[in-house]
Design a protein around this ligand. Structure first.
Ligand code: ZN
Length: 407
């Protein structure tokens, strides 16, 4: 096997570019190779290719890359051609790899796939919280565990499909000549993504999303005499701030019912209490009253923000999940709240650009457009000349980063 020269990639072209792939600017590019003298069959990159071993003789051939030579490229792993490691080839090969990965997996079409009833049962359970009221009820504990696992699985499936669509979309923007050829594959997987989105959305609670959006309008509590935090002495205001921030973070970003935020606040309180016993119960009771009050005020704020107000049509760019450097864990740039909002409110999607149009209550729209959001977002109706057009048409007018093609 030849050692690739510096500045070149060593590529099994016969495997990376399947027969029938449109070649765009790579069409007509010259390569040298070998072929058996006895026939006009396969084109090989190296003399030592095992496929050539039985040939009575071989000759050197220069050929132009086109539909017919592409169909004759040897697929043996030793038949690697050197291609320049500059902008064009790696982008093309990445695009082909991304398109190849559009093939839907069959793992979740079988009988093991959870049904509507199972999903709505899990949704019902999780609307009451993440864990059962009675911690000693083992059967109930098991049901909650299953519901949480189902929710995680449904999200992971949808997000994996999204990732593949986003990668392929980026490839098709960079290599637009591939688009007509890849469109059916993209559409097939996009349909799968829709099914997965619907199923995950079935487990999300829209009211919890509106409540989450209202958190930013809430003001921090101040320590009043009725809050029994005496156990913390002079640090009581600081502890109150900590439990408030823990409550807000969970309520804002997790897309779960507010009851779950209360457990985050309680966790923070326990961390502050440490092993102290005296005054513990009073502090816990006080916190329970506080979180009930915060939840009530948040729900009212959500109603004020959104009920009776016109909804908004917001376009967002869905970022792909990334890998942490050094091959670490998967890095999810989106919060559960953002993922749930996309799942519940999506009315149109464009996988070539990785964008979606969301028809959302006003409060949620405000939060999507807020600076701290991890998705690029715009209001599709505000200032739109074509304001009467359907969401998919409005969405197509927005190119969030104007990516350029390989020329
Ligand atoms: Zn070969």
């Amino acid at each position: 096997m030849s050692v690739p020269e510096t500045g070149t990639l060593s590529v099994v072209l016969g495997r990376c570019i399947e027969a029938g792939t449109p070649l765009g600017p790579f069409e007509g590019m010259y390569f040298s190779g070998y072929t058996a003298v006895s026939d006009t069959g396969l084109l090989h990159a190296v003399e030592e290719c095992p496929q050539l071993r039985k040939a009575s003789g071989m000759r050197v051939v220069d050929f132009a890359l086109d539909a017919s030579s592409l169909a004759r490229l040897c697929t043996n792993w030793s038949c690697r051609w050197a291609v320049p490691d500059d902008g064009r080839w790696p982008v093309f090969l990445d695009a082909l790899d991304a398109v190849a990965r559009l093939r839907p997996d069959d793992e979740e079409t079988g009988e093991g796939r959870p049904g509507e009833a199972e999903i709505s049962e899990a949704a019902c359970l999780l609307s009451r919280g993440e864990y059962p009221q009675d911690e000693d009820d083992e059967a109930e504990w098991g049901r909650y565990e299953q519901a949480r696992a189902l929710r995680d699985d449904l999200l992971a499936l949808w997000r994996d499909t999204q990732n593949r669509l986003i990668a392929a979309g980026e490839g098709l923007v960079a290599c637009p000549w591939l688009r007509p050829w890849a469109e059916i594959k993209l559409a097939e997987l996009a349909e799968r993504a829709e099914q997965q989105r619907h199923r995950w959305a079935g487990i999300c609670a829209p009211r919890a999303l509106a409540d989450g959006a209202a958190i930013s309008t809430m003001s921090a509590p101040v320590l009043t005499p009725d809050i029994a935090f005496e156990v913390f002495g002079s640090e009581a205001p600081e502890v109150l701030g900590k439990v408030w921030r823990a409550w807000c973070a969970r309520a804002r970003w997790d897309g779960k019912p507010l009851v779950d935020a209360a457990s985050a606040a309680l966790g923070e309180l326990h961390a502050a209490l440490g092993r102290r016993r005296k005054g513990r119960e009073e502090a816990e009771e006080s916190l329970a009253k506080l979180t009930t009050d915060w939840a009530q005020r948040t729900r009212l704020a959500a109603v004020e923000q959104s009920a009776g107000h016109p909804w908004r049509l917001i376009a967002v760019r869905i970022p792909a999940r990334g890998r942490a450097p050094h091959g670490g864990a998967v890095c999810e740039p989106l919060t559960l709240w953002e993922l749930a909002v996309v799942a519940v409110y999506q009315v149109a999607v464009d996988w070539v650009r990785g964008t979606a149009a969301l028809w959302v209550p006003q409060g949620i729209g405000d939060q999507l457009l807020a600076a701290e959001s991890s998705m690029k977002a715009v209001d599709l109706i505000e200032g739109a000349e074509n304001w009467a057009a359907p969401a998919s048409v409005l969405l197509a007018t927005w190119d969030p980063d104007g990516r350029s093609a390989v020329s």
